[in-house]
Structure formats: C-alpha cells, structure tokens
Design a protein around this ligand. Structure first.
Ligand SMILES: Cc1cc2nc3c(=O)[nH]c(=O)nc-3n(C[C@H](O)[C@H](O)[C@H](O)COP(=O)(O)OP(=O)(O)OC[C@H]3O[C@@H](n4cnc5c(N)ncnc54)[C@H](O)[C@@H]3O)c2cc1C
Length: 458
C-alpha cells in the first residue's frame, strides 16, 4: 500500500509513513481500541492522561490516519450531523443546546491540546463562511440563523452576512449573503492524526499497525496475529464498521471526494480572500466544503459519489472521475479567477460513516465492556475529540457533564437489509443533486429536498 497516495494530506506529512510493527501473538491490556483514526487515538490520549497506569493497545488495519482522519477536508468544527432543531425535538431544548455548547468547546479543546502536545497541524481558527449564491440559498441562510436563535444560540455563534460582508471573507462569484460562525479551525488532517499517534505513543500507549481485527467480542479483539484480551474493547472503525462480524447494518459508508489545486499566487488570493483561512461552503443541497491550506492551495471536496452495494469499502471507490470533474467545475464557478483550466494537482476520497437516523453516538455497555463511537457523517474531526473525552470518562467510571450529553448511549436503528439500503441511500443522494439543478433552473426551493430532509429528521 502506498500510503502517501491516499490523499494530498498524507503526501505532505513530515517524515515517511513507515508502519509501526504489527501485533505479535496474544497479549493482555486494560483497554483495546480498534482503529487508529481520531476516535481511537483521542480515546487513548484522554485515558492515558487521566490514568497513566491504564494499559492501552490500539489495533490498526493499516496505519494511523489511513481512514477518513487522514483524508478529510480539515474543518475542525462545532458541527454535529443532527441539526439543533432535530436534536431539540428528540432530546429537549436544554440537552440539545448542551450538545451544541460541548461541540463549540471541543474546537477550543483540540486547539489547546495540539498546541500543548506540539502537534503542528497548521491550525488556524478563522471560522466558517457559508455563502448564499441565489435567493433560494439566501432564504435558507436566514432560516438557519432564525432557527439557531430560536434554539438559544446567539450572534457569537452564528450571524447572517449581507453580500458585502460575505464577499469580504470569500469573494466567490454571485455572492448575495451568507452565514458566519467563528467555531471552526482549518487543519491539516493528516498532520493532526499522525501527531496524535506520536503523542499517545509517548504516553505509553501501544499502537500495532497493519493488524486488521477480524472480530470484536466481550473481553477480546481477534486478529490474524493474535488476540488482545481486555475487559474494555472500543470500536472506532467508522466507515469500515460493516466489515466487522455482527455490524453489517450498523453504519453505512458514504464516500466524500476531494481535489487540491497547485499553490495559488498571491494575486489570486487577493481576489479570493479567505485571509483568516476561513473554511467555506455554500447553501446548496449536495454538500461542498473547502479550505485555504497553509501552503496556499484550495482543498475542496463534496459528496455525490455513489453508495456501494452491501456497504462495501474499497480503495477503488476512492476515485470517481465524474465527481472530480464536478468538483473542479464547481471550483471554477465559485472562483472564475482560477481560469478555465482550474490547476488541480491532487484528487482523492474516502468513506465516512452514516448511522440510519443520522445521529452520531458514543457509548460503553457496562455489562459487556464494549464501547463505540462514530456515525459522525462529515463532522468527525471535532466530534471525535468529544467522543474520546467521553469514552475516557465512561471507561474510568466517571460521571461528568460529558457523559450526560444526549448522544451518549444513543442507539441508532440498523440500516435496512440490501437491496433496500442501496436503493434508499442512492435515491437520497440523487434527490439532493436533482434539487440543486432544479433550484438553479427555477429559482424556487425544492419541495422534494425539503421533504427528504424532514424524513431524515433534519
Ligand atoms: C473526504 C472526506 C472529507 C471529510 N471532511 C471532513 C471535515 O472537513 N470535517 C469533519 O469534521 N469531518 C470530515 N470528514 C469526516 C471525518 O474525517 C471522520 O468523521 C473522522 O475522521 C472519523 O474518524 P474515526 O477515527 O472515527 O474514523 P477513521 O478515521 O475512518 O478511522 C477508522 C480506522 O479504523 C481502521 N479500521 C477499520 N476497520 C478495522 C479493523 N477491522 N481492524 C483494525 N483497524 C480497522 C481503519 O483503517 C481506520 O484507520 C470527512 C471525511 C472524508 C472521507
């Protein structure tokens, strides 16, 4: 496996991506964690900080950051996949707000720990600007701010921008307004995950790489290299979860794909803006996301790749020329200053994890000792840190504000068996992309997309 080819980010970390030694035979631990992405590593980190005597082993099929954690858009945000109104309907207004506040604090916490641990991940908390580039999108921006106010968020959390204010941050084509939140940092995702792996190792955590776990059972994680016995076993496998026995319908892997441009000249940046390295998006239905990287590129991604039958995950699905072409087109439309031939140098992708009710969760079953976290959709860079802190509290038996948050112990329903799952997920993806085209054509909001969002509980 040529790890640097997995993403622009993995190709630009310091040092070679030489795998750590795999597991060699049976062993014991107090906690075994399956998966060395952010979730697994943050859990190990906070456990090791809280109690350095806890013996922790992390088992990783490839290398730390092989998964979404080494490939994502680098938005360390306060976003949570279930919207605030939907959380309030399900858990009550106060608990929904507590969840949102905890996510906001999480952005600060990741900044604090990475600085304290010397994890140089190009951190810059410049917030997020979401542009409105049509009247329909502007109406959505207004509705989002109104809903945020109605649910207890204030202008320090989210503000509506007029056309001049939005363009001052991100001078895309046809900007009519937008929204801005300060609760997001742009990061280099692979530097973050690799730095985190080094930080946990320095605290005595064992990371065995190239060690795929074949099954998780109460008290043990089984691999072809041996078994790790431990009273607590944490599943931190996100998009790969369906590959574990008993979990075929726990999470649906949905692909998100990205492109990165060559470093852009200062004159181009003068035209585009993003001077505080704000992460950016717009109010279309099919999610797109971008950041100005520390080395002066645009890294830009979006959904739109198909869901694969049977929740299969394969390196072949990381690359979808049709989606790369669409992303390149979308970048050119947003920023005509890039010229007719947008200078894309890197393309990549990877699976993120979606729970049936779009509700991320974290938990520990006391009776079996089995813990888990995931279902973050496209919001796991921040949420995985909150999950790691929460799992540490749960494992150490500490009641805290974190363990009382509404996502703790939440059990999402299982996905439908195939072929229903394939039909439903791909139909959903289609509704959203059709809706964007229809809105562009008619200038009216798509009723089908709105109905579909309601169906998902958004
Ligand atoms: C292209 C893309 C863009 C994204 N952009 C953003 C963004 O900008 N902001 C944001 O918040 N989120 C974003 N996300 C989502 C975010 O990256 C994920 O939610 C987050 O990285 C999940 O972390 P994780 O540790 O739970 O999972 P992963 O990082 O996927 O890690 C899971 C790990 O488990 C390992 N594993 C799986 N099965 C086994 C097994 N059987 N045995 C051993 N090891 C196993 C895998 O190899 C992998 O390393 C994006 C995702 C993608 C794919």
């Amino acid at each position: 496996m040529r790890y640097p080819e997995l993403s622009y980010w993995l190709s630009t970390v310091d040092g070679p991506l030489t795998p750590r030694p795999p597991l060699t035979g049976d062993t014991d631990a107090d906690v075994v964690i399956v998966g060395a992405g952010y979730t697994g590593l943050w859990t190990a980190y906070y456990l090791a900080v809280a109690d350095p005597t806890v013996r922790i082993t992390v088992l990783e099929a490839e290398i730390a950051g092989y998964g979404a954690s080494g490939r994502n858009g680098g938005w360390c945000s306060a976003l949570f996949p279930t919207s605030l109104p939907a959380l309030a309907r399900r858990h009550g207004r106060d608990r929904a707000l507590a969840m949102q506040r905890a996510m906001r604090d999480t952005v600060r916490e990741v900044g604090r720990v990475t600085a304290a641990e010397g994890v140089d991940c190009d951190w810059r908390q410049g917030g997020t600007v979401v542009l409105a580039r049509s009247e329909v999108q502007l109406a959505r921006a207004r509705a989002e701010v109104a809903a945020a106010r109605a649910h207890g968020l204030d202008p320090d959390d989210l503000v509506l921008l007029d056309a001049a204010e939005a363009s001052a941050r991100c001078a895309a084509e046809g900007v009519r307004g937008g929204t801005y939140t300060p609760h997001c940092a742009a990061v280099h995702p692979a530097k973050l995950v690799q730095g985190l792996a080094r930080a946990v190792e320095a605290r005595g955590v064992r990371i065995a790489e190239r060690t795929p776990v074949t099954a998780i059972r109460p008290g043990a994680a089984l691999t072809g290299h041996g078994t790790v016995r431990a009273p607590v076993v944490v599943r931190a496998t996100e998009g790969w979860t369906p590959g574990l026995p008993g979990h075929r319908r726990t999470i649906a892997p949905v692909y998100s794909l990205m492109v990165a441009t060559a470093p852009l000249p200062e004159s181009t940046w003068d035209a585009i803006g993003l001077g505080a390295r704000e992460t950016f998006s717009d109010h279309r239905h099919v999610i797109v996301y971008g950041q100005r990287t520390a080395d002066g590129r645009l890294a830009f991604g979006g959904r739109g790749a198909p869901y694969h039958f049977g929740s299969r995950v394969s390196p072949a699905y990381d690359r979808e020329p049709r989606v790369f072409a669409a992303l390149r087109r979308a970048l050119g439309e947003l920023f005509p200053v890039l010229g007719p031939d947008v200078p894309v140098t890197h393309t990549w992708g990877g699976p993120l994890g979606v729970a049936r009710d779009w509700h991320a969760s974290v938990g520990l079953d006391r009776a079996s000792g089995l813990g888990w976290a995931g279902g973050y959709v496209g919001d796991g860079v921040g949420a995985s840190n909150l999950a790691g802190r929460t799992l540490a509290d749960l494992i150490l038996g500490r009641e805290s504000d974190l363990t009382r948050l509404p996502w703790v112990g939440h059990r999402s329903p299982r996905w439908e068996p195939e072929p229903l799952r394939w039909l439903a997920v791909n139909a959903g993806l289609r509704v959203m992309s059709d809706a964007d085209r229809a809105e562009q054509r008619t200038g009216r909001p798509s009723r089908r997309a709105a109905a579909f969002s309601r169906l998902l509980g958004h």
